[in-house]
Design a protein around this ligand. Structure first.
Ligand code: MG
Length: 371
């Protein structure tokens, strides 16, 4: 099989709640990029990459499209089902920029699944859990509003919440206290600062919330308190709460460093930060071998990226899967049919071949680039 054409589409994903806020940032919509890869056997695969704005990671939407357009002409003629060769070729054509490569890699997995007649989770190791546990993001806002959201989201079926903090530490301590008070026994709250705290502020916050959840009726976690790995490691040494590292876990080598330093209990594995499903699977499998539990998600995306999340999560043993995010459930606009079915606090990947999605070309419109 050979790649015959690569097209790029741009789409804005507006938020149901009007905005999405974390750390010091806030957006009403996210700029997403969809890739369609056509082949000489009539199979077309789709991938998606959606940086969370231009200053969340070293990634931005226009950069995704420029990068894909840069390498796409030299991917024509390659066999999309030879995933390792596809990734080697992308690395040869463009150094770094994993979020650019992620959409192409994802589309190639979609093609591989369609060619074999198997869902991607079967190709990633088989269905290891029947459904994928979700968390609901409590976007950063007034502490009382955030506490009220716990009850609203519980009504929707969620028992795991990710509270966005990382702004002013005094207000963040209030967020912790009010949200924790609104939680019920057995519920899980992951306080994600998204790199937003200075080290001394993070230490102040984790010290102030020390007694919250000490009766062990609710589970509290701290996620990526500061920008650098070293700062997070220092904060880790000042808290008894389980630590999740996210933004700084950008390669296998930093994962191994974190393992050796006992820097974290869990990681947040984002597909496009690793460069696609091929590389994310390597990290996933190593984490299982090392005993590191994972949040499995992406930086953001619609039905296509969320489908890739669901396939990677569904093929991960439940014991090592902490939670995932159903991003398409946060939008007012659907870009594809066949995305993961969401049922309360869980989702399931489509059992259809490939990623199981069919893009709505009316929504995607005309390609912004084609080879
Ligand atoms: Mg995070």
């Amino acid at each position: 099989m050979k790649i015959t054409r690569i097209s790029i589409y741009q789409v804005d994903l507006p938020m149901k709640e009007g905005s999405y806020s974390w750390s010091t940032q806030s957006f009403s919509a996210f700029d997403s990029t969809v890739v369609a890869i056509e082949t000489d056997e009539g199979i077309t695969g789709y991938g998606e990459t959606c940086p969370l704005g231009p200053s969340y990671l070293a990634a931005y939407a226009e950069g995704a499209r420029t990068g894909i357009a840069k390498i796409a002409p030299d991917m024509i003629g390659q066999d999309p089902t030879e995933l390792d060769s596809i990734n080697d070729r992308m690395d040869l054509l463009l150094k770094g920029h994993p979020y650019v490569k992620s959409a192409i890699d994802m589309a190639c997995w979609d093609i591989f699944g369609k060619m074999t007649g198997l869902p991607v989770y079967a190709l990633l190791g088989g269905k290891r859990q029947e459904q994928v546990k979700l968390f609901k993001v409590i976007s950063r806002t007034d502490p009382d509003v955030m506490a009220a959201r716990v009850g609203e989201y519980r009504e929707l079926g969620f028992s795991q919440f990710q509270m966005k903090v990382g702004e002013d530490p005094t207000t963040d301590i209030e967020r912790f206290q009010k949200v924790a008070a609104a939680m019920q026994p057995g519920e899980v709250m992951d306080a994600d600062a998204n790199t937003g705290w200075a080290q001394h502020d993070a230490i102040r916050v984790v010290d102030a919330v020390r007694s919250l959840g000490s009766d062990h009726k609710i589970s509290l976690y701290i996620e990526q308190p500061c920008l650098s790995y070293e700062e997070c490691l220092n904060v880790r040494q000042h808290t008894h709460l389980p630590m999740i590292l996210d933004e700084c876990m950008e390669s296998l080598s930093v994962l191994l460093r974190g393992y050796n330093d006992r820097a974290m209990d869990l990681i947040n594995l984002k597909i496009n930060r690793m460069g696609g499903l091929t590389r994310a699977r390597q990290v996933r499998d190593l984490c299982i071998s090392l005993g590191i539990v994972m949040t499995i998600e992406d930086s953001w995306g619609g039905e296509i990226a969320t489908s890739a999340i669901s396939h990677l999560a569904q093929s991960t043993p439940e014991k090592f899967h902490f939670q995932s995010s159903a991003f398409h459930d946060y939008h007012t606009l659907a870009i594809a049919d066949g995305g993961p079915t969401v049922n309360g606090g869980f989702m399931q990947a489509s059992p259809a071949p490939g990623l199981g999605i069919e893009p709505d070309m009316g929504v995607l419109g005309n390609p912004v680039f084609t080879t």
